[in-house]
Design a protein around this ligand. Structure first.
Ligand SMILES: Cc1cc2nc3c(=O)[nH]c(=O)nc-3n(C[C@H](O)[C@H](O)[C@H](O)COP(=O)(O)O)c2cc1C
Length: 176
């Protein structure tokens, strides 16, 4: 069975920790954890089942102020890959108390970029807004989050159950 490629960044923070939880929830042996640091479009192409893990670290995550982040460097690679025939799931770290008007925006930016490259890309396991408090988010499509929002800053106690429920949906969507 082909493995899942879980591309995450940055390393050693909340995204990394949650990436390990997602890997464990899906099945350690089924998921390759790949840091976006030094990964390229060719690495994305190796997988038919892909999970992207990203954090929102600014209104414009990959603008000049944040151009040195792992994801800012990886983002151009996203645009170089072809997602036709692939299944993709996204999770995003955010902070709903300090940034209620921009909650997990980076997930939405990533979703839009993938869709602009491959309009037919299957982005699976959207998440209901119920249970989340926020004012606005660029990560909403048809009133659902395009992936799983996780708030390790103010709701860490909810992370494990959120990851478990979402991982089950991802597994089903990936046919695992
Ligand atoms: C400078 C800065 C800007 C942030 N901006 C946002 C934001 O616009 N929206 C949001 O939901 N979270 C925002 N956050 C919260 C982070 O996404 C959150 O702390 C996340 O867990 C960081 O994960 P990481 O350490 O793995 O990158 C911001 C954090 C920082 C430090």
């Amino acid at each position: 069975m082909s493995k899942v490629g879980l591309f995450f960044g940055p390393e050693k923070g909340s995204v990394h920790r949650v990436a390990q939880k997602v890997q464990a929830a899906i099945g350690e042996e089924l998921v390759d954890l790949v840091s976006v640091n030094d990964a390229s479009a060719a690495d994305i192409e190796k997988y038919d089942k892909i999970i992207f893990g990203i954090s929102t670290v600014g209104k414009e995550t990959w603008d000049s102020e944040y151009s040195n982040t792992d994801w800012a460097k990886f983002f151009p690679e996203i645009s170089q890959a072809d997602y036709a025939g692939k299944s993709i799931a996204i999770f995003g770290l955010g902070d709903h108390i300090t940034y209620p008007g921009h909650f997990v925006n980076a997930m939405g930016r990533l979703y839009k970029e993938i869709k602009s490259v491959s309009p037919d890309a299957a982005i699976v396991a959207p998440v209901d807004t119920e249970g989340y408090e926020f004012d606005d988010s660029e990560a909403l499509v048809d009133d659902k989050f395009v992936g799983l929002p996780v708030d390790e800053d103010f709701e860490p106690e909810l992370t494990d159950e959120r990851v478990a429920a979402w991982a089950a949906e991802v597994k089903a969507a990936f046919g695992l």
